[in-house]
Structures are given as C-alpha cells and as structure tokens.
Design a protein around this ligand. Structure first.
Ligand SMILES: *Cc1c(COP(=O)(O)O)cnc(C)c1O
Length: 410
C-alpha cells in the first residue's frame, strides 16, 4: 500500500539531489502572503536571491559609476555574451549564434519574416492550430503581408505536432515550418530533431518556439540542425516579468537571412552612423535597437545555476515531478472526474501537466486565495507547472491535495 501523498513527497524531497537549490530562491512564505505551493514557474519563474544584490550592484557600480562609458566597456556586448552563456548551459549550441533582445513575439516576427524571404519561390507556412496565440497570429499576419498561405495542421489539444502529421503536409511549396517544442497547453514534447530532418528534406526552414522547453528540457540545437529558435526567459529561465527573449540562428544561415526591422544596432558598423543599412555579419544582424540591459541581469543568475546543476539533472527532476503529479492526479482527482490531458509517457512530455475538469476556472481562483498557485488555460485546463530547481515534491502534494479539497467542497 502507498503511504499518504505528503509522506511520499517528503521521501522524494529527501532523496532529491537538487533539493538544496530551492533555498537559493526568494521565499514567498512571508507573513500574510504565504504561498504554500507555487505551480506556475512555467509562466513566471521565481526570483533567485542573488538577483537583488546583482541589480543593486549594477545600479551603484555599473550604471551609477560607469555612466555612458558602460556601453563601450561592457553593455553593448551583453546580448551576445549572455546569449553564449545560455547556449552553453541550455541550448546545445556553439558560441556566436545566440542573441538576447526584444520579446518572443517580436523576435519570432523578425525571424519568420527573414525565413520566408529566404525561400522566395515557396508559398506556404506550416503551423499547427494549437500553437500559442502569438505564434498563430504572427503567421496569419506575415502570410497576409507577403501573399503567402498558412497550411494549418489540426493538432489535438492534448498533444501537439507529430512527425507523421508534418510529413503529410510538407511539399515543395513549404517555405517555413513553425513549431512549439513543448506545447503550452498539453505539455506535449515534440520530436524536434525529426521535425527538423523532415523540414530540411522538403527544402523548408524550421523555426522552433522554445518558450516552454528552454531551461527544463535539454536541447541540442546544433546537433539537430535546427535553423532558428526563439524562446522566453521569464519562464524556466527566471528572468523576471517581461525579461527579453533570445534568438538562436544556425551559423550557416546568418548571411542568408535578412530581418525586416533594420535598426542601427544590427548594422555592420553602428557607430559609423552611415547613410544606409548594411547588416552586420553574424548573429548581431538580428538585433534592431538598444539592448534591454537591465532586463538581462536576472536571467544571467539562473543561466549560471542551470549550468552548475546540469540541464540533464534538471530534466531528471522535471520528469520525477511530472510523474508524481500524474500519480497524485490519478489517485486524488480522478474520482472527481479530473482527466490528465498531458502525455502519460515522460518522453513525450515537457515540464508541466495539464488537468481538465469543467469546474477548474472557479477552482483555480479559490486556490490562489489560499496560496496554491497553478494557472488556468481555457477551456478547462489547470496547468501544474514544475520548475525543477525551485519546485518541491511537497508543493505538488500540497497543491493537488488542495485541488481535491476544492472539488470535494463542490
Ligand atoms: C509564453 C509564450 C510566448 C510569449 O511571447 P511574449 O512575446 O513574451 O509575450 C510565446 N510563445 C509561446 C509558445 C509561449 O509559451
């Protein structure tokens, strides 16, 4: 027989080799605002304690003392310096291909536009119907702008784009394939190496949205041959609300791709202030304006921590957390009609688990008032986000116990 969930959680936490990392995050258990279970690190990661001193030191000795000299001395390089740190810790990418800047939405726009322009004889963008709204809206807009069409693949809300589905729509018309590595709703983990291989076989470019995988799922972008990847830094990279996104562009494509927002900082010689645009060589050509330096500081702390813990160890804990979540959902919540809509096989799952029940909208609002914080995605989905370095098994047991109690109260 099983021990009670809280007992099992305690044993799992005691055996967790990454457990010590939890103490490095700011505690939300302060008087009056106790958060007993934070299950939304997939939407907004918790801050590391080292962020406050890093920001204070930047204000005092960076911005405060170096003033405008800081740009020449350090800041102008930060988008690629931190990009390379991220590439080494979490992207499986060699230096010189990753840049921090803009939002995910803006970077996706710039790079999808660049990619379709690089396949001028082709007329279709392939995307799936359950991709994140911004991704879907962007391809609609770009298709309108460029006289292209979107080839929509209808994916199930409890899965995502499969290799079989992609193989069925690729053709000599396909310019670009856009796919989320981990589906934001179901948590489905796409077979990105195979999707990349198929896209290339058809002569298309692939753009991967890594928002829900970077920092929780190991990536081998260079080895897989991914062309372009964009991802958020405020989710599993704990960069803070609105921290800038990153873009990876495979080295061999740099000179072939021209992005549409031709700003001075993507210029080959920005400070020559020349009469007309000439893109930089290398990944800097995908930059447009002044980089958001203050917004890049917090993620740097988390990138270093992921590098230190090792992304494979992070994934091992992520899998253990999602397995435990599914085990408790079956045990505590299935009797109330709750359905697990994320893949049950760990190999096909990212770091969150989605549970469905028609009452969940109200349940989530009630949970938030009690310091249990998952999130809700229409129509019925309660997402349990598991941020491996900051989430404990205890939080999972407390959180799912609270969901059960709320459903039992009716
Ligand atoms: C969170 C998320 C975004 C968000 O884009 P922003 O420009 O940062 O608002 C985009 N795509 C996916 C798949 C996401 O999960």
């Amino acid at each position: 027989m099983h021990e009670p969930p809280l007992e099992r959680a305690r044993l799992l936490d005691a055996a967790d080799p990454l457990a010590a990392h939890r103490a490095l995050f700011v505690s939300a258990d302060l008087a009056g605002a106790a958060v007993v279970s934070y299950l939304d690190g997939n939407s907004l990661g918790r801050p590391l304690k080292s962020v406050a001193p890093a920001l204070a030191s930047f204000v005092e000795t960076g911005w405060g003392e170096r003033l405008i000299r800081g740009w020449d001395e350090e800041w102008i390089q930060l988008p690629t310096v931190i990009g390379d740190e991220l590439a080494a810790a979490a992207l499986g990418a060699a230096p010189g291909q990753t840049l921090i800047g803009d939002s995910t939405t803006v970077l996706l726009y710039k790079l999808i536009r660049a990619a379709v322009a690089a396949r001028p004889e082709r007329t279709e963008i392939v995307a799936d119907t359950d991709n994140f709204p911004t991704d879907r809206y962007l391809v609609e807009g770009i298709a309108d702008e460029r006289g292209l069409s979107v080839r929509w693949v209808t994916t199930s809300p409890d899965a995502g784009l499969t290799a079989e589905q992609l193989a069925g729509v690729l053709s000599e018309r396909t310019a670009v394939v856009l796919v989320s590595h981990v589906a934001y709703r179901s948590g489905f983990l796409a077979d990105l190496p195979e999707l990349t291989r198929l896209s290339h076989e058809a002569g298309a470019l692939i753009v991967a949205d890594l928002c829900h995988s970077v920092g929780s799922v190991p990536l081998e972008l260079d080895a897989w041959g991914v062309d372009i990847a964009v991802g958020c830094t405020y989710k599993y990279l704990n960069g803070g609300p609105g921290s800038p996104a990153f873009v990876y562009v495979r080295h061999a494509l740099h000179d072939e791709l021209s992005q549409p927002i031709q700003g001075w900082l993507g210029h080959a010689e920005p400070f020559a202030m020349g009469p007309s645009y000439e893109p930089a060589h290398g990944v800097r050509r995908f930059q447009s304006g002044t980089p958001p330096v203050v917004g890049m500081l917090a993620m740097r702390e988390m990138i270093a921590l992921i590098g230190h813990a090792g992304i494979r160890a992070v994934r091992t804990k992520s899998v253990a957390l999602t397995e435990f979540t599914i085990e408790l959902a079956d045990e505590l919540l299935a009797p109330y009609g709750v359905v697990v809509t994320s893949p049950r096989q760990a190999a096909w799952r990212g770091s969150h688990v989605t549970l469905d029940h028609p009452e969940f909208k109200g349940v989530v609002a009630e949970l938030w008032r009690g310091g249990v914080i998952p999130d809700f995605r229409a129509p019925f989905g309660l997402r349990v986000g598991l941020s491996p370095l900051s989430t404990s098994f205890d939080e999972v047991a407390v959180g799912l116990g609270a969901v059960r109690d709320a459903l039992a109260r009716g």
